[in-house]
Design a protein around this ligand. Structure first.
Ligand SMILES: [Zn+2]
Length: 305
């Protein structure tokens, strides 16, 4: 058993002309590193298909989704929030990003591989039920989770988010949904300044100070996340895989390394093998230093194989 990696060229067509850290070259850096590492031979690569409006409605407000379709520019650009813009290719990129997650759910639930990774952009975990935010238009992992619960009758889905920023959008969407266990580590205080005060039996937030390194972070995961996942007995594990907590990534101030991403991938694979037939689906979130991003994705995928 290997892993299926979903992506699509449309994800390269979002904000191609603006100077912005969430840029198309991020995906090229990942693909280059997959080839350079020799991992290409061990994985199965597939083009995804776009999400439908109806699939987005499961995670987002209907009016919000329709508004994004209406705002999509045919030329120039439109700002959705101070950090998030749409250019002519953005709507298609966002639909393919969310759609790859849906393809990946089908793959891990009934395809040849129980594990999948989506190399997509724009990222998703800051997009709330009804708002674009922090480079995110649609909440890709939430769209995948709601699709999995609706189409495969799942009652327990775990979402693990180790991006350096709090996944406020995912928390917003699943705050009242006890079918979802959400574990999220993030630098605090830091953008978007949410999550540290959340009180919920099914949301485990791990706010950690600037300078947090692999050993403190692994201790937190071991002490709080892994026992919670074991207790929850997920039927599917989803991962918001952001790599901007890498020591070489200037977007945040964590000091994680490739070996930390390899480590958590192995732990999540073990949890999935114990509880849900090995099913783990990860989607790219942040990661803005191209070299460490590529190396980290390769390490994480190796850990899942
Ligand atoms: Zn981030």
């Amino acid at each position: 058993m290997s892993i299926t990696v979903f992506s699509h060229p449309a994800c390269m067509q979002h904000q191609v002309t603006e100077i912005h850290p969430e840029e198309p070259a991020r995906l090229s850096a990942i693909n280059d590193q997959i080839i350079r590492s020799g991992l290409e031979l061990a994985i199965s690569q597939r083009d995804g298909t776009p999400a439908t409006q109806e699939q987005l409605y499961h995670a987002h407000d209907v009016n919000y989704v329709n508004e994004i379709f209406n705002k999509a520019p045919t030329e120039g650009h439109v700002w959705l929030d101070p950090d998030t813009l749409m250019t002519p290719g953005s709507l298609q990129a966002a639909l393919y990003a969310a759609g790859c997650g849906i393809n990946a759910v089908d793959e891990v639930m009934q395809g040849e591989n129980a594990r999948a990774f989506c190399v997509v952009r724009p990222p998703g975990h800051h997009a709330t039920h009804d708002q674009a935010m922090g480079f995110c238009i649609f909440n890709n992992i939430a769209v995948a989770a709601t699709y999995a619960m609706a189409n495969y009758d799942l009652e327990r889905v775990a979402i693990i988010d180790f991006d350096v920023h709090h996944g406020n959008g995912t928390e917003d969407i699943f705050m009242g949904d006890e079918r979802v266990l959400l574990c999220s580590s993030f630098q605090h205080p830091f953008y978007p300044d949410t999550g540290a005060d959340t009180i919920s039996p099914h949301i485990i937030n791990s706010p950690m100070p600037a300078g947090t390194g692999g050993s403190e972070w692994r201790t937190e995961v071991k002490n709080r996340w892994l026992p919670a996942i074991d207790h929850f007995k997920p039927e599917l594990i989803l991962v918001s895989a952001g790599f901007d907590g890498h020591a070489e990534d200037d977007m945040g101030n964590f000091n994680l390394r490739e070996e930390d991403y390899l480590w958590i991938a192995k732990r999540l694979k073990e949890m999935a093998e114990r509880h849900c037939g090995g099913r783990v689906l990860a989607m790219l979130e942040g990661g803005y230093d191209h070299s460490s991003l590529g190396r980290s994705v390769v390490a994480f995928i190796k850990g899942l194989i």
